[in-house]
Design a protein around this ligand. Structure first.
Ligand SMILES: [Zn+2]
Length: 272
């Protein structure tokens, strides 16, 4: 499986998935803007074989129709499928996906499984891509639910829903790559320094990411094992995070859901 992050807008990533680097067949994840995708497909002589959508926000769906129109102007008989969450209104969606749904794009040695991960939006889904041949680690495409060292804002869902969703993602195999939809890692790590102050893995990863960003490179993909070490939103049961929360709020959180709620509120107001 070959994946590539296309930069879009200010800090979005649109992910491309191909069977391997020499294969032109391409799936596009969350094309909020068509222009960078069309540019990449034209440059690489790539073929649009389908679109995967995680949630309804415009920076994830805004380019779907234009991308399909561009492709169909050249291939009128072709109708690339658009997979998207069943519980949200997604432009041009052809396949409504729910928890546990699995599928293989026609002729690909690839299996995609759907996880419902509400919180950022109510119908938000994530895709886990697994190659059917070889020993490659699975790849998670998690939209705005899990970011490296952070999580999405709770625009529609509750802290309990987000807590459950993050738990679900943290149970994936540790080598699962995490392909997030935004380059938020450095600001998230700055918050992680405050929320998990004794965690040396955060400091070490911040150093690596500063070096990557200085060269204009993405800090992604991450992987689940690393996120469990550095992401305070996956570490709300850890003494260091609980202590920092208690200091910040002046009292101990009652349970893990409250800890996540307080952590998310703290991050919303955090100025590094
Ligand atoms: Zn969003």
């Amino acid at each position: 499986m070959h994946t590539e992050a296309l930069a879009a807008f200010r800090d979005n990533y649109i992910w491309l998935i191909r069977p391997d680097a020499n294969d032109p067949r391409t799936l596009v994840v969350d094309p909020g803007d068509a222009a960078p995708v069309i540019g990449a497909l034209e440059r690489g002589g790539l073929e649009l074989r389908g679109i995967l959508v995680t949630h309804h926000h415009s920076d994830h769906v805004g380019g779907i129709r234009e991308l399909l129109q561009w492709w169909q102007a050249k291939h009128p008989a072709d109708e690339p499928p658009v997979w998207g969450p069943a519980a949200e209104a997604i432009p041009a969606r052809t396949q409504a996906m729910r928890q546990g749904d699995g599928f293989s794009p026609t002729g690909w040695p690839l299996r995609l499984e759907v996880l419902e991960v509400p919180g950022h939006t109510l119908g938000h889904i994530a895709y886990v891509a697994t190659a059917l041949q070889g020993e490659e680690p699975p790849s998670l495409f998690c939209g705005d639910t899990l970011f490296s060292a952070g999580c999405g804002r709770l625009f529609e869902g509750t802290p309990a829903q987000m807590h459950h969703s993050l738990n679900k993602l943290s149970q994936l195999p540790e080598n699962t790559t995490v392909n997030c939809a935004h380059e938020y890692t450095l600001s998230n790590l700055q918050f992680a320094r405050a929320a998990d102050p004794l965690n040396e893995a955060v400091v070490a990863h911040q150093k690596r990411c500063l070096a990557l960003r200085a060269k204009g490179l993405p800090t992604l993909p991450s992987h689940i094992g690393l996120e469990k070490q550095i992401n305070p939103f996956l570490r709300t049961d850890q003494p260091g995070v609980l202590q920092a929360l208690e200091q910040h709020k002046g009292q101990k959180p009652g349970d893990a859901v409250q800890a996540l709620a307080w952590l998310r509120e703290w991050k919303n107001d955090f100025k590094g």
